[in-house]
Design a protein around this ligand. Structure first.
Ligand SMILES: NC(=O)c1ccc[n+]([C@@H]2O[C@H](COP(=O)([O-])OP(=O)(O)OC[C@H]3O[C@@H](n4cnc5c(N)ncnc54)[C@H](O)[C@@H]3O)[C@@H](O)[C@H]2O)c1
Ligand SMILES: [Fe+2]
Length: 400
């Protein structure tokens, strides 16, 4: 039994409508003169880059790299830094602005800027030797929580798999969150990224308690603790309430505010507690089909909760009774089922797939998916019910 748990966090979080106006002050507080902004074309085309640039005075030397692509390939960080160095001899601070893809790329760039080498030197957990270059993260999607997490996800294009670097040194120095920047997020990206945030929150909330995690040493994903649980519980409530509004009424400022807050709190929660089986199963599926990450984790979540229900029914019932006070008198098992049905209905309401066959998975793939997922030890050990090849195959068959 593990004796203790710890909570890690981004040093500074600035949140609110119009928070982007704080950017110049933040750069000043980091003594930055030479600023590299890493983003993508979609952010430039949506006018968000211009909005952000307006908030940095001319006295700063700014360079923009706008070639980040979704699910960034491993070598794109090296390319990004090479291009930046052609234009500026010194980089004092990096700003990662965009969805998880741009922020993750910025994390790797800040790592390589400080410590040199190539991304693959740092793959895995706890391989970063010390603090990375100062990084300000400005999210424009409400989903990954990357602005506060210790994780960067990259695509290994040669082997067609997702890979990554996880280390507490990767947490940005400042997370600057302005919901106004998410108002133009297209509805499908809103749905996929928002459901991923829900999945982060639910998997962190239901993660095995940190004391019972069966692993030695300094873990990044440590299992649940009361602080991650509180963050996750609040995030679940915000996201369940506001995601349909954000998808169907993109310019609804309240919906965007609470979605960004929910994804932030989910990021705080899962970057300490960890995610579990839905994320583990999403990885091999992501290698077989080209769906966005959130579409996969969202599709898997109800089935994973059914798989785990025997161990987490009272937790699910607890959150269901908060969300729907009329369900206060329901038996635990029934209230837990209502919570799972609530997520199934949400997927339909925001037009996301609910069956694996809809995204191109066939029966012959199921054994492989289950077997590969079981190998992802850092996620599987957090799952509240110990999965097996058989239990995963049954889970996947149910949603084929
Ligand atoms: N680091 C982490 O902790 C973590 C956690 C979960 C997922 N991820 C990774 O994050 C990536 C997914 O990130 P994402 O879902 O945020 O999307 P994304 O960064 O891939 O962006 C998707 C698209 O949306 C566009 N876009 C983003 N914000 C916009 C806005 N406000 N207005 C208009 N268009 C906008 C982008 O230009 C892009 O074309 C994946 O690679 C995933 O594996 C990282
Ligand atoms: Fe995720």
């Amino acid at each position: 039994m593990r004796q203790s748990w710890k909570v890690n966090s981004t040093e500074s979080i600035i949140f609110g409508h119009g928070a982007i106006q704080e950017l110049a002050r933040v750069c000043g507080s980091l003594h930055a003169q030479n600023v590299l902004i890493i983003t993508d074309r979609g952010i430039r085309d949506a006018g968000i880059l211009d909005t952000v640039l307006k908030n940095i005075p001319d006295s700063f030397h700014i360079e923009v790299y706008d070639e980040a692509v979704p699910e960034p390939p491993v070598d794109s960080a090296v390319k990004c830094l090479e291009k930046a160095k052609e234009r500026m001899s010194v980089v004092d601070v990096i700003i990662g602005m965009g969805g998880g893809s741009s922020i993750d790329l910025a994390k790797v760039a800040a790592l390589l800027l400080e410590h040199g080498g190539e991304p693959h030197h740092y793959f895995g957990e706890n391989k970063v030797p010390g603090p990375i270059a100062p990084l300000i993260a400005i999210p424009t999607t409400a989903g990954t929580g990357s602005e506060v997490t210790s994780v960067t996800v990259l695509t290994d294009e040669k082997n067609n798999i997702k890979t990554g670097i996880s280390d507490n040194y990767l947490r940005p120095k400042v997370a600057l969150l302005d919901p106004e920047l998410t108002l133009k997020l297209p509805s499908y990206v809103t749905a996929c990224s928002g459901i991923d945030a829900l999945c982060h929150a639910v998997e962190a909330y239901t993660a095995k308690d940190a004391h019972y995690i069966d692993a030695e040493g300094d873990l990044l994903f440590q299992g649940g603790n009361p602080i991650s649980e509180a963050h996750a519980l609040q995030a679940i409530q915000y996201i369940l309430k506001y995601l349909p509004h954000a998808v169907h009424q993109g310019t609804n400022r309240d919906a965007r505010y609470y979605m960004l807050l929910g994804s932030l709190m989910a990021g705080q929660a899962f970057s300490n507690a960890g995610t579990a089986a839905a994320h583990a199963l999403a990885y091999p599926i992501g290698g077989l089909v080209k769906s966005p990450h959130g579409e996969l984790t969202g599709l898997l979540l109800p089935a994973v909760l059914k798989h785990n229900k025997a161990v987490i029914a009272s937790k699910l019932a607890y959150v269901e009774r908060i969300i729907e006070p009329l369900h206060a008198a329901l038996a635990v098992d029934e209230a837990a089922s209502c919570f799972i049905e609530r997520i199934e209905k949400l997927l339909q309401d925001i037009f996301l797939p609910t069956r694996l066959s809809e995204i191109g998975i066939e029966e012959k793939d199921l054994k492989y998916i289950g077997r590969e997922a079981l190998k992802i030890e850092r996620l599987i050990r957090n799952n509240p019910r110990v999965p097996t090849e058989k239990s995963f195959e049954e889970l996947l068959k149910d949603i084929l």
